[in-house]
Design a protein around this ligand. Structure first.
Ligand code: URA
Length: 235
């Protein structure tokens, strides 16, 4: 982008006034004073200073929810060439990335954004954001087993925090559990269910805090609405 346009976009001054600042020798790019107004800057990497102060482009923040299908990884690139969730979100110009992760064989709610502050907030264990999962498990856990995972199980020498667990449906050989946890340890729900010998057959995340996946078909995405963004900002 031309230097004076970049300066104007950063809110320094109009393009014309920015040209004036440039010709007066007040603008540095990567430590070098630039006096030609048409100078091209790399807006992602160059450091532009006006009168000694670094200027920055306020990037618009984007918040998206995706109903992740099974078979996709939540990393941005995969060394094993597996499908990546970011390929499902077409037509978004900003560089977004998923907040947190879901296993390749887990489906459901994933929030993607370019907002680093929100990412920190949602990922930090201290904030105890509840994630809700629906798990199809083998067999039907009895009361004691349910209580065991509610109380917390040992993963790598550390007990999981108390969880809310209910049986949503019972069948002869399997059941559907509704599980709410606020930690995000690796394969946590599967390990919790393994610990009571009712392994997970299918797992879906249906909510993160008050943000719910309902109404969005598998593989589809949408922008979060203002109410949802306000909720996340209030957290
Ligand atoms: N717990 C799991 O075991 N897997 C996930 O993908 C998310 C939570």
């Amino acid at each position: 982008m031309r230097l004076q346009k970049y300066m104007a976009k950063c809110g320094v001054a109009s393009r014309r006034k920015s040209e004036d600042l440039i010709s007066r020798g007040l603008v540095d790019v990567n430590g070098k004073t630039i006096i030609e107004p048409g100078f091209i800057v790399d807006i992602d990497n160059d450091i532009v200073k006006v009168d000694g102060k670094t200027i920055k482009l306020e990037k618009s923040k984007v918040y998206i929810m995706l109903n992740k299908p099974i078979g996709y990884v939540t990393t941005l690139k995969d060394e094993k060439n597996r499908k990546v969730v970011i390929d499902l979100v077409e037509g978004v110009n900003e560089r977004i990335y998923p907040i947190g992760r879901l296993d390749i064989d887990t489906s459901g709610l994933l929030i993607l954004t370019n907002d680093g502050d929100l990412t920190q907030k949602l990922s930090h264990p201290r904030n105890e954001i509840v994630k809700r999962y629906i798990a199809v498990v083998e067999g039907v856990p009895n009361r004691n087993e349910l209580q065991t995972i509610r109380n917390g199980i040992n993963i790598d020498g550390k007990k999981t925090a108390p969880a809310i667990v209910k049986i949503a449906k019972r069948y002869e050989n399997e059941s559907i559990l509704d599980i709410r946890i606020h930690e995000g340890r690796n394969r946590q729900v599967k390990k919790m269910c393994d610990a009571i010998n009712h392994p997970v057959k299918k797992l879906k995340r249906v909510a993160i805090g008050e943000i719910e996946i309902s109404g969005l078909d598998i593989g589809n995405w949408r922008y979060l609405n203002q109410e949802e963004i306000d909720y996340l900002n209030r957290l």
